[in-house]
Design a protein around this ligand. Structure first.
Ligand code: F0G
Length: 444
């Protein structure tokens, strides 16, 4: 699909910011020139996916598109029970409301914000257990998504161990910069969980990107295909939640998968209550067809080389100009290191949001803050130690010249960084506040 884009004038951008309460989620998409808000649901679908949409069998029950979807996910993952859902957070809702309850603790390398919110929604406590390097934007560790297995063992063998209903690992670790988890680490986590009888569930949104990094960086993996590596990743786990809006290359969709027939039955009961019948799960059946095709396309190594290559290309342009970014660049975006970008702003001046606003003001580039506002008053180490602005690259959408424009815009902001002022929050909801909060510039 090709879409026309238009660069709004400086005055239009200034007016748009004021109307939006300096929250870029409140902008109209026509007000944005290059949209790097998210890589989720923003992919361009392929010719084959569009053709698949025309083959929708919209039967309420037993649609052939569901059969194709189920067999594709089974073949890629080896999980026997596949429950479709309209997107990742619906899958999280199903899984966490089935497995976790009030007073429980759910460990993860780092919870994404919706996962964190779903853990909290059932009254449980999310705990982030990524390795120390994950919190150091300058560390070049090749697998900064890894779980700190020593801390995991301490948690599971400690007084709270009995209250851990499942262990989760997010591949790649979005909150920590789209960083991969190594196969060696997953094997170790799986062993720890198995020995203690704890189920291990993956948040597999960006699993193909994670598998590509394993192939590239992990000793002995370079001769294996992304699919083979994926199969091993899934074999190590008991199930997964998936937002197909990422490595499913579609605009909407997801699923939760499990090896446990009893859990599958409970997931389906919840599914019927909240999403729909188990052969469509809140989606049109044609959407399931597009997911089946997209999941297969996402494992094409030429595509992955191009995709991850685009992220590296933008990272290289920015680093070349001295712009501080989280290293090494991740799978789905470049993350600006706000503490080093705007050292003159204190945490209470919301520097991440201030920088995201500035990139829009300068060139109508939309990014997202992953920092104090997204994490709220969360006491987790991520919330305390990193302040990032993510430039997420949609899949198969932008060209090198779009990315050059983005880099030029950011370089101009970098060159006048000392003039950038902070923001203050003037309105905020209780949960997931970065979506709807409103801000105002600090008085001069
Ligand atoms: N898990 C991870 C790691 C995610 O990145 C997301 C979404 C979800 C779960 C929830 O999936 O949006 O389909 O409900 N991430 C998007 C982002 C929103 O911009 O990173 P969803």
């Amino acid at each position: 699909m090709v879409e026309a884009i238009r660069l709004p004038s400086f005055d239009e951008r200034e007016r748009a910011l004021a109307r939006a309460g300096y929250n870029l989620f409140n902008l109209f998409s026509e007000e944005v020139y290059i949209d790097l808000l998210t890589d989720s649901g923003t992919s361009a679908m392929s010719d084959r996916q569009w053709a698949g949409l025309m083959l929708g069998d919209e039967a309420y029950a037993g649609s052939r598109n569901f059969q194709h979807f189920e067999s594709t996910v089974r073949e890629l993952t080896g999980y026997p029970h596949i429950v479709p859902a309209h997107q990742g957070r619906a899958a999280e809702h199903l899984l966490l409301s089935t497995l976790a309850r009030s007073g429980d603790i759910v460990p993860n390398n780092m919870h994404f914000d919706t996962t964190r919110a779903h853990v909290q929604h059932v009254g449980a406590r999310p705990v982030d257990l990524a390795i120390d390097e994950a919190y150091d934007p300058e560390s070049e560790h090749p697998f900064k998504g890894n779980v700190d297995t020593r801390r995991l063992v301490e948690l599971l063998d400690g007084p709270s161990g009995a209250h851990v209903p499942l262990v989760m690992v997010t591949i790649t670790n979005n909150t920590g910069g789209g960083q991969p988890v190594s196969l060696a680490n997953l094997r170790e986590v799986a062993r720890i969980c198995r020995e203690r009888g704890k189920p291990l569930y993956l948040d597999m949104c960006r699993w193909a990107e994670n598998a590509y990094f394993i192939r590239e960086r992990e000793p002995g993996q370079d001769r294996r295909s992304v699919r083979e590596i994926g199969r091993e990743i899934f074999e190590l786990s008991d199930g997964a939640t998936m937002s197909a809006k990422k490595d499913g290359l579609v605009n909407i969709g997801g699923f939760v998968a499990t090896r446990d027939a009893g859990i599958a039955a409970r997931l389906k009961e919840a599914l019927i209550l909240f999403e729909g019948f188990p052969t469509y799960g809140g989606l049109a059946r044609r959407d399931l067809e597009a997911i089946s095709i997209g999941l297969a396309e996402a494992t094409d190594e030429r595509y992955l080389a191009h995709r991850i290559g685009q992220v590296r290309f933008l990272a290289g342009l920015l680093s070349g100009h001295g712009v501080p970014i989280l290293r090494p660049p991740g799978g789905h975006g470049v993350y600006l290191d706000v503490r080093r970008f705007l050292p003159h702003l204190g945490a209470d001046q919301l520097p991440g949001q201030a920088l995201a606003v500035e990139l829009y003001r300068e060139g109508a580039v939309r990014s997202v803050e992953i920092g104090a506002i997204m994490f709220g008053d969360d006491p987790s180490p991520a919330a305390r130690s990193m302040e990032l602005v993510r430039l997420a690259i949609p899949r198969r959408v932008y060209t090198e010249s779009h990315l050059r424009y983005v880099a030029d815009t950011i370089q101009r902001v970098w060159d006048r960084r000392s003039t950038i002022r902070g923001l203050r929050m003037v309105e905020a909801p209780e949960h997931l506040r970065h979506f709807t909060a409103r801000f105002a510039p600090e008085p001069t």
